[in-house]
Design a protein around this ligand. Structure first.
Ligand code: WTA
Length: 654
């Protein structure tokens, strides 16, 4: 049985504001009708918005579970993201407005980007990088991230970005799996006022990464810091970025790439085992991200688009770099933490740079709620016209706060569901056409076939079940790097004899309006007295209480009920915790969504264990609740949080 009970009902609805809808790119059901009428023709039309060197001969070749898109077509991603804008009216437009954590600023126009990307492409060639070679990128969030990624795309090299917060071991494993030839890093970066010693980490990694023969180092810190404090430049292997660029020729012809040539590998850690190298291609990936950026974010020429994700995650690849640049837009890039030097940093950035579209994660939104309204209220956020959310289910209360306090009640919210594997957004509203509901990602975008199935692959009408994708899509992952068997077993083996069905690993429910509500990872689903409950619903009920900022719910074995519910709760700033509050919260949940979901235990905690991309790690909370030794904690943002929680939980038990 893999059906999931649906407990929470949310009846608030938000139609697109009329003035917004009138000016929006997608303000009717027309894109869905066209996609439903002829699915391949719809995607061909989206792909034609790009610049192709050679037109494709066949839109789709689908031999489940392997798809190829735009066969015979050739294009270059860097030429699409830079060169064609330089030839047009966007030549002198800001492509990237960057701010460092210490407050330093740089703006690169499309012309500037053109100059830098071509030069760095020549640098890569001079280091022996050819089409198909792998290049590692391990940088702070600085403009060189985009320059390096685009230069790889220009010469046809496959980049693999490793988040700058990852350890030397993680970097080493990824470089070895990809057999990278070159690593691009920096002396360091800034995070919460501290220096992140990237070069020192890279040195440790490279000592055990035999395939990497060259390391290019961006100077981000004051001159001399690397040599004195962190590490030495290694003769022959290490080169300063600025020195190589000084000698690089200006001209460079982009390498024509087949639509199906890989553009990048991005490793996802997954919950267990070795990281998976997700492989994305050139033509399909760019089609998916370019089209979704324009439609979902209703991107216009004068927008200032800020996606707050790091380039180390797929969100940074698709909506900080490739999506906005493919559309000739202006993207904001910020290096540091949201609470540095003060908790209003995001709002000061929005005000200063005139951000019109903000795209961030529920974990950040809940942190802002916890910190209080005073921080955003200090700033003029009136230029904002659209807000986005990604990465986890957004609780209705967080959605409402985002809408009212950040969006001033006037900005539509696009809750966007997708994954590293899907490459681009799959389930989301079109802000000019879709009536939104707080907590629902609404419906599949035009051109996507998403449904809910039970464990026998039978479609579920209204109710909860397993999310499934029934048709291939252009930006889908093609395989796992050098592990196609794992690709097949992880994503296309959920339903026997149905290699055409993609399983994302998430549960969801469908309501009477055919809206989808993501309930969380199927692995996290709770099982209480024979009822399967998604974590999202109990957590949302808790967050609805005015004292609560964030909650994570897990199950622990229980003799009678199968599982008992354990809730880990963070309260809002200034709120005191007490036994009375604990009892009140248990009753609050029971009243909201039913006695079945009343938490057995509630533990107050200043923080919850999260991955570095901000997702709550329920697996570790389960270990705590079940009294087990903690599993792998290496992907945690702050390992001390979980150790502290374990001690607290055990003290409460005894
Ligand atoms: C979760 C991030 C609910 C989901 C782009 C998915 C979401 C996983 C949403 C992928 C959303 C992402 N609502 N859940 N709007 N967006 N998720 O690979 O569980 O880092 O499977 O990609 O995040 O995470 P990933």
């Amino acid at each position: 049985m893999e059906e999931i009970d649906a407990l929470l009902t949310e009846s608030r609805t938000f139609p697109p504001p009329p003035a917004f809808a009138a000016a929006a790119h997608g303000n009717t059901r027309d894109p869905w009708s066209r996609a439903d009428a002829d699915y391949e023709a719809y995607w061909a039309e989206q792909a034609r918005a790009l610049e192709w060197i050679t037109p494709w001969k066949q839109v789709l070749d689908w031999k489940p579970p392997h798809a190829q898109w735009f066969l015979g077509g050739q294009l270059n991603v860097a030429a699409n993201c830079v060169d064609r804008h330089v030839r047009g009216p966007a030549r002198n437009k800001a492509a990237i407005i960057w701010e460092g954590e210490p407050g330093d600023r740089r703006t690169l126009t499309y012309w500037d980007l053109f100059v830098e990307v071509r030069k760095f492409a020549n640098v890569l060639t001079s280091l022996g990088v050819h089409k198909g070679d792998r290049v590692g990128i391990y940088l702070p969030l600085i403009p060189e991230c985009a320059i390096a990624m685009l230069a790889c795309a220009r010469v046809g090299a496959i980049h693999s970005v490793v988040f700058g917060g990852f350890s030397p071991e993680s970097l080493r494993d990824r470089m070895n799996d990809a057999e990278a030839k070159v690593l691009i890093t920096a002396d360091g970066g800034y995070r919460r006022g501290q220096i992140v010693p990237l070069k020192r980490n890279a040195d440790k990694a490279l000592a055990e990464s035999p395939t990497v023969t060259h390391c290019v180092v961006v100077r981000r810190l004051a001159a001399g810091v690397v040599d004195d404090t962190f590490s030495q430049m290694q003769e022959g292997r290490d080169h300063w970025w600025h020195r190589l660029m000084e000698g690089a020729p200006a001209g460079h012809e982009p390498q024509p790439m087949d639509a199906e040539d890989p553009l990048f590998i991005l490793y996802t850690s997954g919950t267990t085992g070795k990281p998976k190298g997700i492989v994305h291609t050139t033509g399909g990936y760019l089609t998916g991200v370019a089209s979704s950026t324009k439609l979902v974010f209703d991107l216009k020429d004068d927008d200032v688009f800020w996606c707050t994700a790091d380039v180390g995650w797929i969100t940074g690849h698709s909506y900080l770099v490739y999506g906005p640049l493919a559309n000739g837009a202006t993207a904001v890039m910020y290096e540091g933490a949201p609470d540095w030097p003060e908790k209003d940093r995001f709002w000061s950035l929005c005000e200063k740079h005139g951000v019109t579209i903000l795209y961030t994660a529920p974990t950040a939104i809940r942190a802002f709620m916890k910190w209080g309204d005073a921080h955003p209220k200090k700033h003029d956020l009136s230029r904002l016209r659209l807000l986005g959310s990604v990465g986890e289910p957004i609780n209705p209360e967080a959605w409402m706060w985002y809408h009212e306090v950040i969006g001033g009640g006037r900005c539509p919210i696009v809750d966007t569901w997708w994954q590293t594997e899907t490459g681009s957004i799959m389930i989301a509203p079109l802000p000019g056409a879709t009536v939104t509901k707080p907590g629902s990602a609404t419906q599949a975008l035009p051109g996507y076939a998403v449904t809910l199935l039970d464990s026998a692959a039978k479609e579920i009408g209204i109710g909860g079940g397993l999310l499934a994708v029934t048709k291939p899509w252009p930006s889908m992952l093609r395989t796992l790097w050098r592990d196609d068997a794992r690709y097949v077993s992880t994503y296309f083996s959920k339903w026997d004899g149905r290699p055409d069905l993609y399983f994302p690993g998430d549960g969801a429910k469908r309501d009477a309006d055919n809206y989808l509500w993501i309930l969380g990872r199927v692995d996290d689903v709770l099982n209480v007295s024979g009822h399967r409950i998604g974590t999202m619903e109990v957590e949302s009920a808790l967050v609805e209480h005015p004292a609560v900022a964030e909650a994570a719910v897990v199950g622990r074995a229980h003799e009678l009920k199968g599982q008992a519910l354990c809730a880990f709760v963070t309260v809002r700033e200034g709120q005191l915790t007490s036994l009375a509050l604990r009892d009140e919260l248990r009753e609050f949940v029971a009243r909201k969504i039913g006695a079945l979901a009343r938490p057995d235990d509630i533990l107050f905690s200043a923080d919850l264990p999260k991955t570095r991309s901000g997702k709550i790690m329920r697996r570790l909370l389960r270990d705590i609740a079940e009294g087990r030794a903690l599993g792998d904690t290496t992907t945690l943002a702050d390992p001390s949080v979980v150790a502290g929680l374990k001690a607290q939980y055990e003290a409460q038990e005894s």
